[in-house]
Design a protein around this ligand. Sequence first.
Ligand code: SF4
Ligand code: SF4
Length: 310
Amino acid sequence: MISSFPSINKEKIETLQINIGYKCNQACKHCHVNSSPLRTEKMSNEIISLIPKVIEKYKIKTLDITGGAPEMHPEFRNLINSLSDKNIEIIDRCNLTIFFEEGYEDLPQFLAKNRVKIIASLPCYEKDNVELQRGYGVFEKSINALKLLNNLGYGKRKDGLQLNLVYNPVNPILPPSQEILEADYKRILFEKYNISFNNLYTITNMPINRYADSLKRENKLDPYNKLLKENFNQNNLENLMCKKTISVNWQGQIYDCDFNQQINLNGNNGPKTLFDLMNKSFKFDYEVAVKDHCFACTAGAGSSCGGTLS
Ligand code: SF4
Ligand code: SF4
């Protein structure tokens, strides 16, 4: 089916987003990666060794590490250590509960020592809503993890260790205003638990994979897609994250964004693998591969891995 989503072009790449493996200690209902403790796919050491080289060659500013629970990859810490002299921003998309799994007790200290920016999912400040989406016991662990990070200096100052939270709606609706919700989160988390953080990113749920399946079972997928299309906002096209990001899967294959990666949507142009990026020189001006799921990025205030767009 041809999509009615407008055509967009790549620009100079600033962010390399890598999905280092699908294994996760959780199995959330909305997970667009279908991660769980049973997944075994993970990036090889050969591919991981290319990452610092690609960063240097293309003068990339940010390495954004996702999974699964990225910290469960045996090379996670070595990769971060290998970038310590590169002066780049490193992001860990952390689920918070990983800190309480056996063998990961010193992970918060490692992240703080390496000044890794943490982006963590907390879909609500209410226990019931969090656990409906992310599973029983997740809320209390998340709160304890945030306290731990605060004690290490995370989320306290604008120019200090960065702790950002991610909100995504529990129901198939657009997220509310990021600014207003951030103020609510800050007030409630501080009043109830003495927790601080830097920014809240509101992210629109992507109607793909496990989330699309669960909507389909409830006959909510078509209305949700309709809602996304009806709220198309032209102004968001300019800031779409796929313009300045490349996303790499655990096998080293390249996509325009993490969502395209998860549905294996590739364009005809541009590099296909990390090996291509190293062996040839690319100009990032080719067309992004788009389909109807892209309307989740342009609906309302827009959505990206870094929150709203407009
Ligand atoms: S914590 Fe993240 S990666 Fe793991 S199952 Fe949940 S949404 Fe997926
Ligand atoms: S899903 Fe969003 S980020 Fe990805 S290609 Fe479509 S518009 Fe771009």
